[in-house]
Design a protein around this ligand. Structure first.
Ligand code: HEC
Ligand code: HEC
Length: 374
């Protein structure tokens, strides 16, 4: 063998073994991560306050069969369903925690929420901000509320959710992924991820606890949409919307809609700006004009729900859609850069032209920027 060929063979051997070492190392890391997750699935779950109340109310327990106190109370009938194992219960509990506290502000470790925070770009989103009542909003009489984006009813209809916006039949898991991308302005978890599975387990449990039937459409699924034909047909109006927002919404959501964050905790979520839903969310008025007004009319202002007229909800939604927010995932770099610039410049412009509102606003912004979630 000639010396230069020998050299070539050695080079090949070295580079092959480097590649094998790197791939092998990655594989070992993946195995270790897998182990951590598998071990974590066995850990007892620390519930958020809201989830704890919910499971007490519905009497979630290990057993061969499950009987919901809610169903008995509402209908007088006792219905027995298949029971839950310890493993089922932990999945259901984790699912509830994720909906209630998606960013893990109440969690000691990010893994308690399966790191759901890393799928969300902003610092304020929680599924529960829109899927009200941790996916199961009721009034004092225990009646389920129309327009509350019920996760329970959504699961019940999950077998054939015809999505009229895409024209596709989308299973419950894909609908969750859509919401991670646009309404939560983030990235989608893998369809088999623990996050998605636990949210599904929780929604399925809720559906049973409420006595809902599979493959059935219930009024509390989705939004009670408000179209132009349901209003006074005065045209959606920026000036009226701005005035109403200032009067009815700004004290909680902030003058420029950027939310209220105190000591790193989201008190009132952003409805605009970098921490809000993006331009491809169905909450964005110019994308789907009926959903945000529907949400507002049924669920806001908090504590005075149902007090606004259809026209007012559309005016406010129209105004909100004029405040800058992140671009959607399919809008390309030019729109994204433009939106970033607007989000940066707008608060400063508002402050410049309206000095009287500045201090509260800047405080608000400073809070949300300086404070890191605990
Ligand atoms: C900013 C508001 C908002 C946030 C935050 C949000 N969603 Fe949604 N979600 C919506 C709206 C609005 C719809 C209904 C869209 C429609 O009618 O097509 C929806 C639909 C869904 C659906 C399908 C519902 C159905 O009945 O078919 C699922 C499942 C879902 N969201 C899960 C989630 C999860 C999980 C999160 C948290 C990661 C989340 N959403 C965060 C607003 C939101
Ligand atoms: C008393 C405080 C309060 C007032 C007033 C209020 N909100 Fe909210 N809003 C909240 C809270 C808290 C949430 C989070 C969800 C929940 O707890 O119901 C929320 C959620 C929202 C959401 C969905 C969350 C998101 O990320 O987009 C929108 C949209 C919204 N409010 C719009 C409005 C509008 C429009 C008004 C005025 C008509 C208004 N709110 C008035 C407290 C308030």
């Amino acid at each position: 063998m000639k010396p230069h060929m020998k050299y070539g063979t050695i080079k090949k051997l070295v580079s092959t073994s480097v590649v094998i070492t790197i791939l092998g190392g990655l594989y070992l890391v993946a195995l270790a991560k897998h182990e951590t997750r598998a071990a974590f699935r066995e850990q007892p779950v620390t519930l958020t306050v809201g989830c704890n109340q919910k499971f007490q109310k519905y009497n979630l327990q290990v057993g061969d069969s499950y009987t919901s106190p809610y169903v008995t109370q509402q209908t007088g009938q006792t219905i027995r369903l298949a029971g839950y194992s310890e493993q089922d219960i932990r999945a259901i509990q984790r699912g509830c925690n994720i909906i209630d506290d998606t960013l893990g502000q109440d969690a000691k470790l990010d893994i308690e929420r399966w790191n759901s925070k890393r799928y969300i770009r902003g610092k304020q989103t929680s599924c529960d901000h829109c899927h009200q009542g941790i996916g199961d909003k009721q009034n004092e009489k225990g009646e389920r509320l129309v327009g509350s984006l019920s996760m329970a009813a959504s699961w019940s209809n999950g077998g054939d959710t015809y999505d009229r916006f895409t024209g596709l039949l989308l299973p419950f898991e894909l609908r969750q992924m859509q919401c991670f991308i646009n309404s939560s302005n983030g990235y989608k978890p893998n369809i088999a991820d623990d996050i998605i599975r636990d949210i599904t387990a929780y929604s399925r449990f809720l559906s049973g606890a409420l006595g809902l039937k599979y493959h059935t459409r219930y009024a509390e699924q989705g939004i009670d949409e408000v179209s132009v034909s349901m209003t006074e047909k005065r045209g959606d109006d920026y000036v009226r919307g701005a005035a109403l927002f200032k009067q009815k919404c700004a004290k909680c959501h902030g003058k420029d809609g950027r939310g209220t964050v105190v000591n790193g905790r989201v008190i009132f979520p952003a409805v605009a700006g970098p921490d809000s839903f993006n331009k491809q969310s169905r909450n964005y008025f110019r994308f789907v004009s009926t959903i945000l007004p529907g949400f507002i009319c049924r669920n806001m202002p908090l504590g005075q729900e149902g007090s606004l007229k259809s026209q007012e909800c559309r005016d406010i939604a129209f105004y909100i859609s004029n405040l800058p927010r992140p671009a959607g995932d399919r809008e390309g770099p030019v729109t994204a850069a433009w939106q970033q610039m607007m989000m940066f410049a707008m608060p400063k412009l508002i402050a410049f032209f309206n000095p009287e509102t500045t201090s509260a606003q800047i405080n608000n912004l400073d809070n949300s920027q300086n404070s890191s979630p605990k």
